[in-house]
Design a protein around this ligand. Structure first.
Ligand SMILES: Cc1cc2nc3c(=O)[nH]c(=O)nc-3n(C[C@H](O)[C@H](O)[C@H](O)COP(=O)(O)OP(=O)(O)OC[C@H]3O[C@@H](n4cnc5c(N)ncnc54)[C@H](O)[C@@H]3O)c2cc1C
Ligand code: FES
Length: 249
């Protein structure tokens, strides 16, 4: 895993939906290549711990991070101004494994949608399913529809179909070879169950509280099953992407 600290010029930091910001940093992919599903650990002035944010996109000379304001750290991030710079440790984690020749279904739930954009850019003709609580939280639909067929749902039906991503997945799962998903744990668990039922491989990106982000502090441990044995692994270093069949929910 090759990662490094970069102090990157901040190009823009716009609110794109209720409390959700789109941060664009100047980035040279050739200098330090980023894979889809990897994350950046963002230094927030005044906070000792960095904040983990998935890479939303790394094309066009930019590193794009789309984040929701949750607490003090992301609140400070939302006030960062274009023209300043941001200190990031990048790229961290393993990322999604995208094989050419396979048709992927990419599923994002809520603030789990951003990493699916750069993932979609690596796939041939992906089917992209996104789900949100309501229309005020819907993001990235134009960007995603430029890269594949998109299906949208909301819990309350205020945008797209009323229902859950798993309803849309069930209806179309026969058309795809493999599924990649990122979102809240109950959604990941439900997606994994549908994939198991239909015999489709499934990769899921897990979220855990993090300290160091590089496998040194044990804060982000999760239980996985390998060769019939339950062991602990680090979301930051062994993940965040895991084979869904291996995760002990
Ligand atoms: C691999 C990974 C990728 C992520 N990608 C995104 C993304 O693309 N967009 C986005 O909006 N959010 C993402 N998150 C969640 C994001 O890291 C948290 O919302 C953020 O750290 C909250 O920080 P805060 O200071 O605003 O909140 P506070 O609650 O004040 O944070 C206190 C501490 O807890 C940690 N923390 C709090 N919530 C989480 C969480 N859910 N996951 C990990 N650490 C947390 C913070 O990093 C901080 O150290 C991701 C998390 C992980 C683990
Ligand atoms: S965050 Fe320190 S080991 Fe994963």
């Amino acid at each position: 895993m090759k990662y490094d600290v970069r102090v990157l010029p901040l190009l823009s930091n716009e609110e794109i939906a209720d409390g959700i910001f789109d941060m664009r940093l100047e980035y040279k992919q050739a200098d330090l290549p980023v894979r889809c599903g990897q994350f950046a650990h963002v230094y927030v002035p005044g906070k000792s711990l960095r904040r983990p944010i998935s890479v939303c996109d790394a094309r066009g000379g930019e590193l794009r991070l789309v984040y929701q304001v949750k607490g003090e750290g992301t609140e400070i991030m939302s006030k960062m101004q274009a023209g300043s710079s941001v200190d990031v440790l990048v790229p961290l984690g393993n990322g999604f494994n995208i094989e050419k020749g396979k048709r992927f279904c990419l599923i994002g739930g809520g603030i789990g949608v951003p990493p699916m954009l750069y993932t979609a850019a690596q796939c041939d003709d992906p089917l992209i399913i996104t789900g949100f609580r309501n229309s005020s939280l819907v993001i990235l639909q134009d960007d995603l529809s430029a890269l594949g067929e998109t299906l949208l749902c909301t819990d309350d039906g205020s945008a797209g179909e009323k229902g859950f991503v798993t309803d849309l997945l069930r209806a179309r799962i026969d058309e795809v070879d493999e599924v990649c998903a990122c979102g809240p744990t109950p959604m990941l668990k439900a997606v994994a169950a549908v994939c198991k039922e239909f015999g489709k491989p499934c990769q899921i990106s897990l979220e855990e509280r993090m300290g160091c982000g590089v496998g040194a502090c044990l804060v982000c441990a999760v239980k996985v099953r390998k060769d019939g044995e339950e062991i602990m692994q680090h979301v930051c270093k062994n993940g965040p992407v895991f084979n869904a069949e291996e995760v002990v929910f």
